[in-house]
Write a protein that binds this ligand. Sequence first.
Ligand code: GDP
Length: 460
Amino acid sequence: VSSFDEASCLSRYQSYLYRRASLHKPSKYLISKLRNYEHVHRSCGPSTKSYNKIMRKGAKFSINETSRECKYLVWTSANGLGNRMITLVAAFLYAILTDRVLLVRYGADMIGLFCEPFPDSSWLLPKNSPCWEDLKHFETHESLLMNNKVNNSQDELLPPFLALNLTHIHVGHTNLFHCDRSQDLLQKIPVLILWSNQYFVPSLFMISLFRQDLSKMFPDKDTVFHHLGRYLFHPSNEAWKLIQKSYEAHLAKANERIGLQIRVFNIHHPPHQTIFNEIIACTLQNKLLPELDMLNSSATSPLKKQTSKAVLVVSLYSEYGEKLKTMYQENTTVTGDVIRVYQPSHEEHQNSNDDMHNIKAWTEIYLLSLCNALVTSPRSTFGYVAHSLGGLKPWILQGVYGKTIPDPPCQRAKYMEPCFQYPPEYDCRANKTIDFPSIFNHIKHCDDVSSGLRLVNDYH
Ligand code: GDP
Protein backbone atom coordinates (compact mmCIF):
# COMPACT_ATOMS: atom_id res chain seq x y z
CA VAL A 1 0.00 0.00 0.00
CA SER A 2 1.50 3.31 -1.04
CA SER A 3 1.39 6.30 1.19
CA PHE A 4 2.06 10.03 1.07
CA ASP A 5 2.33 12.42 3.94
CA GLU A 6 -0.60 14.75 3.35
CA ALA A 7 0.86 17.74 5.20
CA SER A 8 4.03 17.69 3.12
CA CYS A 9 2.10 18.14 -0.13
CA LEU A 10 -1.26 19.85 0.32
CA SER A 11 -1.79 20.44 -3.41
CA ARG A 12 -2.06 16.70 -4.01
CA TYR A 13 -5.22 16.65 -1.89
CA GLN A 14 -6.62 20.10 -2.64
CA SER A 15 -6.09 20.60 -6.37
CA TYR A 16 -9.48 19.04 -7.17
CA LEU A 17 -11.08 22.10 -5.57
CA TYR A 18 -9.52 24.31 -8.27
CA ARG A 19 -9.11 22.11 -11.29
CA ARG A 20 -11.94 20.75 -13.33
CA ALA A 21 -11.75 16.97 -13.52
CA SER A 22 -9.89 15.90 -16.63
CA LEU A 23 -11.99 14.96 -19.64
CA HIS A 24 -9.39 12.36 -20.45
CA LYS A 25 -9.25 9.16 -18.46
CA PRO A 26 -5.92 7.37 -18.17
CA SER A 27 -5.99 3.81 -19.47
CA LYS A 28 -5.99 0.93 -16.98
CA TYR A 29 -2.70 -0.16 -18.47
CA LEU A 30 -1.11 3.24 -17.84
CA ILE A 31 -2.24 3.06 -14.24
CA SER A 32 -0.75 -0.40 -13.82
CA LYS A 33 2.52 0.81 -15.37
CA LEU A 34 2.62 3.71 -12.90
CA ARG A 35 2.00 1.39 -9.93
CA ASN A 36 4.73 -0.86 -11.20
CA TYR A 37 7.08 2.10 -11.65
CA GLU A 38 6.41 3.21 -8.07
CA HIS A 39 7.32 -0.26 -6.89
CA VAL A 40 10.60 -0.20 -8.83
CA HIS A 41 11.38 3.29 -7.55
CA ARG A 42 10.74 2.22 -3.98
CA SER A 43 13.04 -0.80 -4.24
CA CYS A 44 15.84 0.91 -6.22
CA GLY A 45 15.61 4.54 -5.05
CA PRO A 46 18.19 6.46 -3.02
CA SER A 47 19.62 4.66 0.02
CA THR A 48 18.43 1.21 -1.06
CA LYS A 49 20.98 -1.58 -1.30
CA SER A 50 20.94 -1.58 -5.11
CA TYR A 51 21.33 2.16 -5.29
CA ASN A 52 24.33 2.12 -2.98
CA LYS A 53 25.93 -0.71 -4.86
CA ILE A 54 25.92 1.02 -8.23
CA MET A 55 26.42 4.60 -7.16
CA ARG A 56 29.16 3.83 -4.63
CA LYS A 57 31.07 1.48 -6.87
CA GLY A 58 30.87 4.06 -9.64
CA ALA A 59 33.35 3.35 -12.40
CA LYS A 60 34.35 0.07 -10.79
CA PHE A 61 30.89 -1.40 -11.31
CA SER A 62 31.07 -4.27 -13.75
CA ILE A 63 28.65 -4.08 -16.62
CA ASN A 64 28.06 -7.83 -16.39
CA GLU A 65 26.24 -7.30 -13.13
CA THR A 66 23.72 -4.98 -14.81
CA SER A 67 21.02 -7.31 -15.99
CA ARG A 68 20.07 -8.26 -12.45
CA GLU A 69 20.41 -4.80 -10.97
CA CYS A 70 18.47 -1.58 -10.89
CA LYS A 71 19.13 0.93 -13.64
CA TYR A 72 18.90 4.71 -13.44
CA LEU A 73 18.09 7.72 -15.54
CA VAL A 74 19.40 10.95 -14.06
CA TRP A 75 17.72 14.12 -15.26
CA THR A 76 19.71 17.36 -15.36
CA SER A 77 18.31 20.83 -15.93
CA ALA A 78 18.72 22.98 -19.02
CA ASN A 79 17.00 26.24 -20.05
CA GLY A 80 13.84 27.69 -18.48
CA LEU A 81 11.14 26.00 -16.42
CA GLY A 82 8.94 25.11 -19.40
CA ASN A 83 11.82 23.32 -21.11
CA ARG A 84 12.66 21.57 -17.86
CA MET A 85 9.11 20.33 -17.32
CA ILE A 86 8.70 18.96 -20.84
CA THR A 87 12.00 17.09 -20.55
CA LEU A 88 11.06 15.74 -17.12
CA VAL A 89 7.92 14.19 -18.59
CA ALA A 90 9.83 12.77 -21.55
CA ALA A 91 12.48 11.39 -19.17
CA PHE A 92 9.84 9.83 -16.92
CA LEU A 93 8.20 8.07 -19.86
CA TYR A 94 11.59 6.80 -21.04
CA ALA A 95 12.30 5.56 -17.50
CA ILE A 96 8.96 3.70 -17.36
CA LEU A 97 9.60 2.08 -20.75
CA THR A 98 13.11 0.95 -19.86
CA ASP A 99 12.56 -0.04 -16.19
CA ARG A 100 14.88 2.70 -15.03
CA VAL A 101 14.54 4.78 -11.90
CA LEU A 102 14.23 8.51 -12.57
CA LEU A 103 16.37 10.68 -10.33
CA VAL A 104 16.54 14.45 -10.64
CA ARG A 105 19.73 16.44 -10.30
CA TYR A 106 18.18 19.59 -8.86
CA GLY A 107 20.01 22.77 -7.99
CA ALA A 108 18.66 25.09 -5.28
CA ASP A 109 16.59 26.80 -7.99
CA MET A 110 14.37 23.71 -8.40
CA ILE A 111 14.16 22.31 -4.86
CA GLY A 112 11.14 24.31 -3.75
CA LEU A 113 8.88 23.84 -6.79
CA PHE A 114 7.34 20.38 -6.73
CA CYS A 115 6.36 17.74 -4.21
CA GLU A 116 8.00 14.34 -4.24
CA PRO A 117 6.01 12.47 -6.90
CA PHE A 118 6.62 8.86 -5.86
CA PRO A 119 5.29 7.31 -2.64
CA ASP A 120 7.64 6.18 0.13
CA SER A 121 10.76 7.30 -1.70
CA SER A 122 12.55 10.30 -3.14
CA TRP A 123 13.43 11.29 -6.67
CA LEU A 124 16.20 13.71 -5.60
CA LEU A 125 19.66 12.56 -6.62
CA PRO A 126 21.69 12.31 -3.38
CA LYS A 127 24.46 14.86 -3.10
CA ASN A 128 27.24 12.27 -2.83
CA SER A 129 26.44 10.61 -6.16
CA PRO A 130 29.17 10.58 -8.84
CA CYS A 131 26.44 11.79 -11.25
CA TRP A 132 26.92 15.33 -9.91
CA GLU A 133 30.17 15.61 -11.81
CA ASP A 134 30.37 17.83 -14.85
CA LEU A 135 28.83 16.00 -17.81
CA LYS A 136 32.06 16.55 -19.73
CA HIS A 137 33.63 13.83 -17.60
CA PHE A 138 31.31 11.12 -18.91
CA GLU A 139 31.46 9.29 -22.19
CA THR A 140 28.65 10.36 -24.52
CA HIS A 141 26.14 8.10 -26.21
CA GLU A 142 27.14 9.46 -29.63
CA SER A 143 30.76 8.46 -29.22
CA LEU A 144 29.65 5.06 -28.01
CA LEU A 145 27.39 4.58 -31.03
CA MET A 146 29.99 5.87 -33.46
CA ASN A 147 32.63 3.53 -32.03
CA ASN A 148 30.13 0.79 -32.61
CA LYS A 149 30.70 -1.13 -29.43
CA VAL A 150 27.35 -2.82 -29.90
CA ASN A 151 28.89 -6.20 -30.27
CA ASN A 152 27.88 -8.39 -27.31
CA SER A 153 31.34 -9.81 -26.83
CA GLN A 154 32.56 -6.29 -26.04
CA ASP A 155 30.10 -5.56 -23.28
CA GLU A 156 32.86 -5.21 -20.76
CA LEU A 157 34.04 -2.13 -22.66
CA LEU A 158 30.78 -0.34 -21.93
CA PRO A 159 30.95 2.38 -19.29
CA PRO A 160 28.63 2.19 -16.24
CA PHE A 161 27.75 5.89 -16.59
CA LEU A 162 26.91 7.55 -19.87
CA ALA A 163 25.92 11.11 -20.82
CA LEU A 164 22.82 11.15 -23.02
CA ASN A 165 22.69 14.44 -24.89
CA LEU A 166 19.24 15.04 -26.39
CA THR A 167 19.42 18.82 -26.65
CA HIS A 168 18.39 20.79 -29.72
CA ILE A 169 21.96 20.76 -31.04
CA HIS A 170 21.45 17.13 -32.01
CA VAL A 171 19.24 17.16 -35.02
CA GLY A 172 19.62 15.63 -38.41
CA HIS A 173 22.11 12.85 -38.86
CA THR A 174 23.76 13.12 -35.48
CA ASN A 175 20.60 12.24 -33.58
CA LEU A 176 20.39 8.45 -33.46
CA PHE A 177 18.55 8.04 -30.18
CA HIS A 178 15.35 6.94 -31.97
CA CYS A 179 17.17 4.07 -33.74
CA ASP A 180 16.44 0.57 -32.46
CA ARG A 181 20.12 -0.30 -32.34
CA SER A 182 20.83 2.68 -30.05
CA GLN A 183 18.29 1.36 -27.58
CA ASP A 184 19.81 -2.12 -27.70
CA LEU A 185 23.03 -0.54 -26.60
CA LEU A 186 21.66 1.99 -24.10
CA GLN A 187 19.71 -0.65 -22.22
CA LYS A 188 22.99 -2.24 -21.13
CA ILE A 189 24.22 0.93 -19.42
CA PRO A 190 23.34 1.09 -15.69
CA VAL A 191 23.25 4.88 -15.35
CA LEU A 192 22.24 7.32 -18.08
CA ILE A 193 22.65 11.01 -17.35
CA LEU A 194 20.24 12.93 -19.52
CA TRP A 195 20.84 16.45 -20.74
CA SER A 196 17.96 17.76 -22.80
CA ASN A 197 15.71 20.74 -23.43
CA GLN A 198 13.41 18.96 -25.88
CA TYR A 199 10.11 17.08 -25.63
CA PHE A 200 11.56 13.93 -27.19
CA VAL A 201 8.45 11.79 -26.60
CA PRO A 202 7.73 11.45 -30.36
CA SER A 203 11.17 9.77 -30.69
CA LEU A 204 10.07 7.13 -28.18
CA PHE A 205 7.06 6.35 -30.42
CA MET A 206 9.46 5.68 -33.32
CA ILE A 207 11.34 2.93 -31.46
CA SER A 208 9.92 -0.51 -32.26
CA LEU A 209 10.84 -1.93 -28.86
CA PHE A 210 8.44 0.53 -27.14
CA ARG A 211 5.67 0.86 -29.67
CA GLN A 212 3.31 -1.80 -28.37
CA ASP A 213 3.67 -0.73 -24.75
CA LEU A 214 3.06 2.91 -25.69
CA SER A 215 -0.10 2.14 -27.66
CA LYS A 216 -1.52 0.27 -24.71
CA MET A 217 -0.54 2.99 -22.26
CA PHE A 218 -1.89 5.78 -24.44
CA PRO A 219 -4.81 4.76 -26.63
CA ASP A 220 -5.13 8.55 -27.13
CA LYS A 221 -1.62 9.65 -27.98
CA ASP A 222 -2.50 13.32 -27.62
CA THR A 223 -2.68 12.89 -23.82
CA VAL A 224 0.86 11.81 -22.89
CA PHE A 225 1.93 15.09 -21.28
CA HIS A 226 -1.52 15.72 -19.86
CA HIS A 227 -1.53 12.46 -17.88
CA LEU A 228 2.15 12.22 -16.95
CA GLY A 229 2.43 15.95 -16.19
CA ARG A 230 -0.55 15.81 -13.84
CA TYR A 231 0.91 12.74 -12.20
CA LEU A 232 4.39 14.24 -11.68
CA PHE A 233 3.90 17.92 -10.97
CA HIS A 234 2.23 18.79 -7.70
CA PRO A 235 3.09 22.29 -6.45
CA SER A 236 5.14 22.37 -3.25
CA ASN A 237 3.38 23.85 -0.21
CA GLU A 238 5.15 27.16 -0.80
CA ALA A 239 4.06 27.35 -4.46
CA TRP A 240 0.59 26.09 -3.56
CA LYS A 241 0.07 28.91 -1.07
CA LEU A 242 0.84 31.46 -3.79
CA ILE A 243 -1.42 29.71 -6.30
CA GLN A 244 -4.33 29.56 -3.85
CA LYS A 245 -3.90 33.19 -2.80
CA SER A 246 -3.84 34.49 -6.38
CA TYR A 247 -6.69 32.26 -7.45
CA GLU A 248 -8.98 33.19 -4.57
CA ALA A 249 -8.27 36.92 -4.84
CA HIS A 250 -8.44 37.37 -8.60
CA LEU A 251 -9.89 34.41 -10.46
CA ALA A 252 -12.28 32.39 -8.31
CA LYS A 253 -15.30 34.68 -8.47
CA ALA A 254 -15.39 35.18 -12.23
CA ASN A 255 -17.79 33.18 -14.39
CA GLU A 256 -15.02 32.58 -16.88
CA ARG A 257 -11.23 32.70 -16.77
CA ILE A 258 -9.24 33.62 -19.88
CA GLY A 259 -5.46 33.16 -19.79
CA LEU A 260 -3.13 35.17 -22.03
CA GLN A 261 0.47 33.94 -22.13
CA ILE A 262 2.67 36.49 -23.82
CA ARG A 263 6.22 35.32 -24.41
CA VAL A 264 8.39 37.79 -26.31
CA PHE A 265 11.68 36.28 -27.44
CA ASN A 266 13.11 39.50 -28.85
CA ILE A 267 11.99 42.64 -27.05
CA HIS A 268 13.21 44.95 -29.81
CA HIS A 269 11.26 43.38 -32.58
CA PRO A 270 8.33 43.35 -33.02
CA PRO A 271 7.32 46.21 -30.69
CA HIS A 272 5.10 45.43 -27.68
CA GLN A 273 2.32 47.57 -29.18
CA THR A 274 2.11 45.35 -32.27
CA ILE A 275 1.90 42.19 -30.17
CA PHE A 276 -0.72 43.85 -27.97
CA ASN A 277 -2.80 44.71 -31.05
CA GLU A 278 -2.45 41.13 -32.25
CA ILE A 279 -3.71 39.78 -28.92
CA ILE A 280 -6.70 42.11 -28.98
CA ALA A 281 -7.49 41.09 -32.56
CA CYS A 282 -7.24 37.41 -31.56
CA THR A 283 -9.40 37.64 -28.45
CA LEU A 284 -12.09 39.77 -30.12
CA GLN A 285 -12.32 37.71 -33.30
CA ASN A 286 -12.69 34.52 -31.31
CA LYS A 287 -15.11 36.09 -28.85
CA LEU A 288 -12.87 35.33 -25.90
CA LEU A 289 -13.24 38.97 -24.85
CA PRO A 290 -16.04 41.39 -25.75
CA GLU A 291 -15.77 44.49 -27.95
CA LEU A 292 -15.72 47.87 -26.29
CA ASP A 293 -19.01 49.73 -26.28
CA MET A 294 -18.07 52.97 -27.97
CA LEU A 295 -21.71 54.15 -28.24
CA ASN A 296 -22.54 53.21 -24.68
CA SER A 297 -25.47 51.17 -25.99
CA SER A 298 -25.38 48.37 -23.46
CA ALA A 299 -26.62 50.77 -20.80
CA THR A 300 -29.94 50.69 -22.63
CA SER A 301 -30.41 46.95 -22.23
CA PRO A 302 -30.38 46.33 -18.48
CA LEU A 303 -32.13 42.96 -18.81
CA LYS A 304 -29.15 41.33 -20.42
CA LYS A 305 -27.48 38.81 -18.16
CA GLN A 306 -23.99 39.98 -17.28
CA THR A 307 -21.10 37.62 -16.99
CA SER A 308 -17.83 38.44 -15.36
CA LYS A 309 -14.58 37.39 -16.97
CA ALA A 310 -11.21 37.34 -15.31
CA VAL A 311 -8.28 37.81 -17.65
CA LEU A 312 -5.04 36.33 -16.38
CA VAL A 313 -2.12 38.04 -18.13
CA VAL A 314 1.16 36.15 -17.88
CA SER A 315 4.22 37.92 -19.21
CA LEU A 316 7.67 39.15 -18.23
CA TYR A 317 6.50 42.67 -19.11
CA SER A 318 4.01 44.85 -17.25
CA GLU A 319 2.80 46.72 -20.38
CA TYR A 320 0.39 44.00 -21.40
CA GLY A 321 -1.58 43.76 -18.18
CA GLU A 322 -1.61 47.53 -17.72
CA LYS A 323 -2.85 48.33 -21.23
CA LEU A 324 -5.58 45.74 -21.09
CA LYS A 325 -6.68 46.85 -17.65
CA THR A 326 -6.93 50.48 -18.76
CA MET A 327 -8.86 49.46 -21.84
CA TYR A 328 -11.58 47.66 -19.89
CA GLN A 329 -11.60 50.08 -16.95
CA GLU A 330 -12.23 53.11 -19.11
CA ASN A 331 -14.89 51.53 -21.31
CA THR A 332 -17.97 49.41 -20.97
CA THR A 333 -18.42 46.38 -23.21
CA VAL A 334 -21.08 45.74 -25.85
CA THR A 335 -22.13 42.56 -24.10
CA GLY A 336 -22.26 44.28 -20.73
CA ASP A 337 -19.75 41.72 -19.46
CA VAL A 338 -17.47 42.87 -16.69
CA ILE A 339 -13.80 42.26 -17.44
CA ARG A 340 -11.19 42.16 -14.69
CA VAL A 341 -7.54 41.99 -15.63
CA TYR A 342 -4.90 40.44 -13.39
CA GLN A 343 -1.18 40.09 -14.03
CA PRO A 344 0.56 38.28 -11.12
CA SER A 345 4.12 39.41 -11.90
CA HIS A 346 6.37 41.14 -14.40
CA GLU A 347 9.87 39.89 -13.88
CA GLU A 348 11.26 41.84 -16.90
CA HIS A 349 14.10 39.32 -17.37
CA GLN A 350 14.36 35.58 -17.57
CA ASN A 351 16.43 34.38 -14.63
CA SER A 352 16.05 30.62 -14.57
CA ASN A 353 18.66 29.90 -11.89
CA ASP A 354 16.85 31.84 -9.18
CA ASP A 355 14.45 29.92 -6.90
CA MET A 356 11.89 32.71 -6.29
CA HIS A 357 11.82 33.53 -10.01
CA ASN A 358 11.09 29.88 -10.79
CA ILE A 359 8.36 29.67 -8.14
CA LYS A 360 6.64 32.64 -9.78
CA ALA A 361 6.98 31.01 -13.18
CA TRP A 362 5.53 27.73 -11.86
CA THR A 363 2.68 29.58 -10.10
CA GLU A 364 1.78 31.32 -13.34
CA ILE A 365 1.98 28.16 -15.43
CA TYR A 366 -0.36 26.50 -12.93
CA LEU A 367 -2.81 29.43 -12.85
CA LEU A 368 -2.92 29.42 -16.67
CA SER A 369 -3.77 25.71 -16.55
CA LEU A 370 -6.83 26.54 -14.41
CA CYS A 371 -8.31 28.83 -17.07
CA ASN A 372 -11.28 27.99 -19.28
CA ALA A 373 -9.55 29.22 -22.44
CA LEU A 374 -5.98 30.13 -23.31
CA VAL A 375 -4.17 32.29 -25.81
CA THR A 376 -0.48 31.31 -25.95
CA SER A 377 2.65 32.46 -27.72
CA PRO A 378 4.21 30.38 -30.50
CA ARG A 379 7.37 28.32 -29.79
CA SER A 380 7.03 28.73 -26.03
CA THR A 381 7.46 25.63 -23.88
CA PHE A 382 6.10 27.70 -20.96
CA GLY A 383 2.82 27.88 -22.88
CA TYR A 384 2.98 24.18 -23.86
CA VAL A 385 3.11 23.10 -20.23
CA ALA A 386 0.22 25.38 -19.23
CA HIS A 387 -2.16 24.16 -21.92
CA SER A 388 -1.23 20.49 -21.67
CA LEU A 389 -1.63 20.40 -17.90
CA GLY A 390 -4.96 22.18 -18.24
CA GLY A 391 -6.13 19.79 -20.96
CA LEU A 392 -6.76 22.82 -23.14
CA LYS A 393 -6.36 23.47 -26.85
CA PRO A 394 -5.07 27.04 -26.94
CA TRP A 395 -5.39 29.76 -29.55
CA ILE A 396 -1.76 30.15 -30.64
CA LEU A 397 -0.69 33.63 -31.70
CA GLN A 398 0.94 33.82 -35.11
CA GLY A 399 4.54 34.99 -35.29
CA VAL A 400 4.67 38.73 -36.04
CA TYR A 401 7.15 40.01 -38.59
CA GLY A 402 7.24 43.73 -39.16
CA LYS A 403 4.41 45.92 -37.96
CA THR A 404 1.46 44.25 -39.61
CA ILE A 405 -0.75 41.98 -37.61
CA PRO A 406 -1.08 38.57 -39.25
CA ASP A 407 -4.48 37.55 -40.52
CA PRO A 408 -5.76 35.52 -38.77
CA PRO A 409 -3.91 36.80 -35.68
CA CYS A 410 -4.11 33.40 -33.98
CA GLN A 411 -5.18 29.85 -34.70
CA ARG A 412 -6.86 27.27 -32.52
CA ALA A 413 -4.57 24.33 -31.83
CA LYS A 414 -6.04 20.97 -32.73
CA TYR A 415 -4.05 19.15 -30.08
CA MET A 416 -2.80 19.26 -26.50
CA GLU A 417 0.66 17.70 -26.75
CA PRO A 418 3.81 19.85 -26.58
CA CYS A 419 5.84 20.17 -29.77
CA PHE A 420 9.21 18.43 -30.21
CA GLN A 421 10.81 21.51 -31.72
CA TYR A 422 14.11 20.03 -32.94
CA PRO A 423 13.34 16.40 -33.82
CA PRO A 424 15.54 13.84 -35.57
CA GLU A 425 15.47 13.69 -39.36
CA TYR A 426 17.37 10.49 -39.85
CA ASP A 427 15.84 7.26 -41.09
CA CYS A 428 17.87 4.62 -39.25
CA ARG A 429 17.10 1.77 -41.66
CA ALA A 430 17.40 3.58 -44.96
CA ASN A 431 20.36 5.67 -43.80
CA LYS A 432 18.96 8.90 -45.24
CA THR A 433 16.97 11.96 -44.23
CA ILE A 434 13.26 11.41 -43.82
CA ASP A 435 10.06 13.33 -43.10
CA PHE A 436 8.66 11.27 -40.20
CA PRO A 437 4.97 12.19 -40.67
CA SER A 438 5.20 10.38 -44.02
CA ILE A 439 5.83 7.05 -42.28
CA PHE A 440 4.02 7.39 -38.93
CA ASN A 441 0.33 8.26 -38.98
CA HIS A 442 0.38 9.32 -35.31
CA ILE A 443 3.14 11.93 -35.88
CA LYS A 444 2.56 15.30 -37.55
CA HIS A 445 4.31 18.64 -37.88
CA CYS A 446 3.51 21.29 -35.26
CA ASP A 447 1.38 24.33 -36.00
CA ASP A 448 3.81 26.80 -34.43
CA VAL A 449 7.09 25.17 -35.51
CA SER A 450 6.73 23.72 -38.99
CA SER A 451 9.84 21.52 -38.74
CA GLY A 452 8.83 20.27 -35.28
CA LEU A 453 6.96 17.01 -34.58
CA ARG A 454 4.01 16.22 -32.34
CA LEU A 455 1.88 13.20 -31.51
CA VAL A 456 -1.70 13.01 -32.69
CA ASN A 457 -4.48 10.55 -32.01
CA ASP A 458 -4.66 7.70 -34.53
CA TYR A 459 -8.14 8.62 -35.66
CA HIS A 460 -7.08 12.11 -36.78
P1 GDP B 1 10.16 29.25 -23.29
O1 GDP B 1 11.52 29.90 -23.36
O2 GDP B 1 9.05 30.19 -23.57
O3 GDP B 1 10.10 28.01 -24.12
O4 GDP B 1 9.88 28.80 -21.77
P2 GDP B 1 10.82 28.41 -20.56
O5 GDP B 1 9.92 28.28 -19.38
O6 GDP B 1 11.66 27.23 -20.88
O7 GDP B 1 11.82 29.63 -20.35
C1 GDP B 1 11.35 30.89 -20.08
C2 GDP B 1 11.62 31.30 -18.65
O8 GDP B 1 11.55 32.74 -18.58
C3 GDP B 1 10.56 30.83 -17.67
O9 GDP B 1 10.83 29.57 -17.13
C4 GDP B 1 10.58 31.92 -16.63
O10 GDP B 1 11.69 31.77 -15.81
C5 GDP B 1 10.77 33.14 -17.50
N1 GDP B 1 9.49 33.60 -18.02
C6 GDP B 1 9.12 33.71 -19.31
N2 GDP B 1 7.87 34.18 -19.41
C7 GDP B 1 7.43 34.37 -18.14
C8 GDP B 1 6.21 34.86 -17.57
O11 GDP B 1 5.27 35.21 -18.26
N3 GDP B 1 6.12 34.90 -16.21
C9 GDP B 1 7.15 34.53 -15.42
N4 GDP B 1 6.99 34.59 -14.09
N5 GDP B 1 8.32 34.08 -15.91
C10 GDP B 1 8.45 34.00 -17.26
